[in-house]
Design a protein around this ligand. Structure first.
Ligand code: ADQ
Length: 467
């Protein structure tokens, strides 16, 4: 395979972010490192075998980076100015669409300037793809930041096969209808040949909304447009590299790190674990409240039990995220300061991102994994935990509002708005007999290993490329 950037590509992935992070060496030499993440793991082999390009933003504003070749495929950076970051990314993507699509847990903000910028940047991405795509190429557009790209791209290049996958939920029509630009967004994604969602409820929500457009008809996974085109719409639940995650967790290095971590936590008998981006959709406030009350009432004993919560910094310039961070700091501080135990704090809370190895070690020592989003497209954390737990001696508490709940039916299911219900389920998950837990874990692990990320990518692309 050539090491130079190809002029044209027959397979293109376009996403808001590129799959690489810039690293500066001691000698100020700049290099690029593959970012960790399921999407990259899944799509790298496909791009390498087909000769692909990944088009997206490299992460720093007001900077033009030349295309380069990386690990067998091409990286094509699309520049964003500081104003684009503010209005397209932090604004329309993350303060309008994100809360709107997560059932309005936070109030969506509508600004006409943000919308104008969103259109402008989506055109820029579509233009970049149009210039790079070979005749008849397959293009896979990722996520809510690029919902207008399919339409703009089709206008420029009707010869392409265009797929779109939404990683977050698609809301019910009653909520989606609030969006002043609702028709434009729907027309935007309908530029695709195939539209993928995380779970079937999103498919029906979308079809109900699309049918409101003039002369559009839709039913049973298809939408027919006035120009005679037909768009297929289907659920493709995303997953993880289950074998890769299991092998990582079982490696001697990770096992050693797990032992070290357990010791650093004071060798507790029981470890409860949560790990999320610090996002209001992940249900952290309710989770911390429920566990705090269990410690307060001594239903959880701080002498023997620790709740380890890791939160990855996220969207720190968006107001809702700053407020959330402050709230969690306060709640954790209060619970820890009021604890009777002088030996250790009941909650070990870290606001940081950690390497995959450390995360795998944490999954290894967690007796109870707690995943309680108020709304989530899928939630990969739940699946990663299952992949790492070969001994079947632990339990997963899972929100019924995560896409993952539709596949992981044997989890200890909770309504994350119901604090008392969550407390009772956490205690039940800790105290159920080992054979009950083992049965649940086996069934869920089977589901995750049989439905991994390769299957997800293959089924989407096979469907997109079939006639
Ligand atoms: P996210 O909202 O980012 O993704 P999620 O599915 O939970 O949510 O994936 C988060 C990823 O980040 C996991 O792989 C996890 O291991 C990692 N991670 C979290 N905190 C970390 C930390 N402190 N250090 C290191 N790694 C950390 C969106 C949608 C989801 C959907 C995915 C994929 O919101 O619903 O599942 O896309 O489609």
């Amino acid at each position: 395979m050539s090491e130079s950037v190809q002029e044209k590509a027959s397979f293109i992935v376009v996403a808001n972010r590129l799959p690489v992070d810039r690293v500066s060496g001691d000698d100020d030499q700049v290099s690029w490192r593959t970012s960790p993440g399921g999407l990259v793991t899944a799509l790298e082999p496909v791009m390498q075998s087909r000769g692909g390009a990944w088009i997206g933003w490299h992460g720093a504003p007001d900077e033009q980076v030349e295309p380069f070749h990386h690990q067998g495929y091409d990286i094509i950076p699309v520049p964003l100015s500081s104003q684009d970051v503010e209005q397209f990314y932090e604004g329309f993507s993350n303060a309008t669409l994100w809360p709107l699509f997560h059932d309005c847990i936070a109030e969506p903000v509508f600004h006409r300037e943000w919308w104008d910028c969103f259109r402008k940047v989506n055109r820029r991405f579509a233009q970049a793809v149009a210039e790079r795509a070979d005749n008849g190429a397959t293009v896979w557009v990722q996520d809510y930041q690029l919902m207008l790209v399919p339409q703009y791209l089709r206008e420029l290049r009707p010869d392409l096969r265009i797929g779109f996958f939404l990683h977050i939920p698609f809301p019910p029509p009653e909520l989606f209808s609030r969006l002043p630009w609702r028709s434009e967004i729907i027309e935007g994604v309908l530029g695709s040949d195939l539209l993928g969602f995380q779970f079937p409820g999103c498919v029906s929500n979308f079809i109900r909304v699309a049918r409101r457009l003039p002369d559009v008809e839709g039913a049973r996974g298809r939408v027919h447009l006035p120009d005679g085109r037909m768009v297929s719409i289907k659920a493709f639940p995303i997953s993880i590299d289950a074998v890769g995650m299991r092998d990582l967790a079982n490696s001697p290095e990770v096992r050693a790190e797990a032992e070290k971590l357990r010791h650093e936590l004071g060798d507790p008998q029981t470890i409860l674990f949560g790990v999320d981006r610090l996002d209001y959709s992940k249900g952290l406030r309710g989770r911390v409240r429920a566990i705090g009350e269990l410690f307060d009432s001594h239903q959880l004993d701080p002498e023997t039990t620790v709740f380890l919560q890791l939160a990855t910094p996220s969207r720190e310039r968006v107001e809702e995220y700053r407020a959330l961070r402050g709230d969690i700091d306060l709640m954790v501080g209060r619970i820890n300061s009021e604890s009777d135990s002088l030996a250790r704090s009941p909650i070990a809370y870290r606001y940081t991102s950690v390497p995959r190895e450390t995360l795998a070690a944490m999954y290894q020592i967690a007796d109870l994994m707690i995943v309680t989003p108020l709304r989530d497209g899928m939630n990969l954390v739940a699946k990663e935990y299952l992949a790492c737990r070969s001994r079947n001696d632990s339990a997963l508490v899972l929100s019924e509002f995560a896409g993952a709940a539709l596949e992981l039916k044997q989890a200890y299911m909770v309504n994350p708005y119901d604090i008392d219900g969550m407390k009772a389920t956490i205690l039940k998950a800790l105290n159920d007999p080992p054979r009950v837990k083992a049965r649940k874990m086996r069934a869920m692990r089977k589901q995750v290993f049989e439905h991994d990320i390769d299957l997800w990518a293959d089924s989407f692309l096979t469907e997109l490329e079939s006639d």
